[in-house]
Design a binder for this molecule. Structure first.
Ligand code: COA
Length: 308
């Protein structure tokens, strides 16, 4: 599809001018094609995909069950084009069954595209998550009052407990959905991560675990899912960070992450990345203070039918 190819090329150039850390725009995935006419006679397009996450999928812990995701192809065009495409999307949704209350419309878009932000807000979407990156070198010296160590399979109980505390807090202030399956899903995925010797750390005070950092190593290279979001290289992915409620705001998270950044750097990573929720009053302050800045914003509206 040559129109799509042309739009991908010019979109890549626009992304590079918006933010030097964005990778080149990717070829669009399979999906239904949406298109919209612009006042100057140009056309823009988007690929719309539809996914129903199975009941026991881990994705349902932070996502609606039924998801429509749009990948816009705007080429070199900006906010007016995004507005036109979102109008076309709303029109398309009118023809579909969007009655499921556990549903969402989702777009991932460069955080620094201020013009597009206007269009997303006008169409009822909210910046529910941001993929943020840290590329600074790790701190060389840190003051340590806690014991910080790698977690092992024997630590499954405190690891699951801390992970569930993070879910509980995030369900009030972010994308996390309270699901009955959460404890079993976390037990399974954390168990697998620990058994495989994954990069997971616990911080202890007086021998009691007070904080968790569950991470992974993710390589962005041609053809991988990560290459759509991140420059090529080996990255540290910070998946779940949780400080016990009574220990928050006392420097535990800061000490733990200083150690984690040193260790992930030692493992040969070019930087680290994570998702946080801008409405989370703790993490939205904490992560920028630890050197993270937004790269992609995940715009969402739940339920899907609330798209304007
Ligand atoms: C977000 C979270 C991980 C941050 O960890 P934390 O331990 O609460 O954060 P810290 O105490 O290290 O840092 C917060 C601030 O407290 C400061 N602080 C340090 N020592 C302190 C003390 N003795 N008393 C009070 N504040 C102190 C830190 O310096 C930091 O401020 P600064 O950045 O201005 O220096 C934690 O609050 C948490 O688990 N929240 C709930 C779950 C969650 O939101 N997880 C993240 C999902 S992405």
């Amino acid at each position: 599809m040559s129109m799509a190819r042309g739009l991908v090329t010019t979109q890549s150039a626009r992304f590079a001018s918006l933010d030097p850390l964005l990778p080149p725009a990717a070829e669009p995935p399979e999906g239904d094609v949406l298109s919209a006419a612009l006042p100057d006679g140009g056309r823009v397009a988007g690929m719309l995909s539809h996914q129903v996450n199975p009941q026991h999928s881990i994705t349902r812990l932070w996502s609606a069950t039924e998801v429509w995701e749009l990948v816009p192809l705007l080429g070199s065009a900006g906010g007016a084009a995004m507005d036109a495409l979102l109008r076309a999307w709303r029109h398309r949704m009118d023809a579909l069954d969007t009655s499921n209350p556990d549903s969402s419309c989702v777009v991932h878009w460069p955080s620094r595209d201020a013009e597009a932000t206007r269009a997303f807000l006008d169409h009822g979407m909210v910046p529910l998550s941001v993929l943020s990156v840290r590329t600074a070198p790790p701190p060389t010296r840190t003051d340590r009052t806690l014991t910080i160590r790698r977690a092992t399979p024997a630590d499954l109980e405190p690891v699951v407990e801390l992970a569930l505390e993070e879910l509980r807090y995030s369900s009030f202030v972010g994308s996390t959905v309270t699901r009955r399956e959460a404890p079993a899903l976390k037990r399974r995925t954390m168990g697998e991560r620990l058994t495989q010797g994954g990069p997971v750390w616990l911080a202890e005070r007086d021998g009691i675990p007070v904080a968790l950092a569950e991470c992974a190593i993710v390589t962005s290279e041609p053809g991988t899912a990560a290459s759509v979001r991140l420059p090529y290289g080996r990255w540290g992915y910070v998946n779940c960070v949780s400080v016990l409620p009574g220990a928050r705001g006392t420097g535990v998270g800061q000490q733990l992450m200083a150690h984690v950044h040193q260790e992930l750097h030692r493992m040969g990573t070019v930087g680290t990345y994570l998702y946080y929720n801008p409405p989370n009053p703790l993490s939205s302050v904490f992560w920028p203070r630890q050197g993270y800045r937004p790269l992609w914003t995940v715009w969402e509206v739940r339920p899907a039918d609330a798209l304007r």
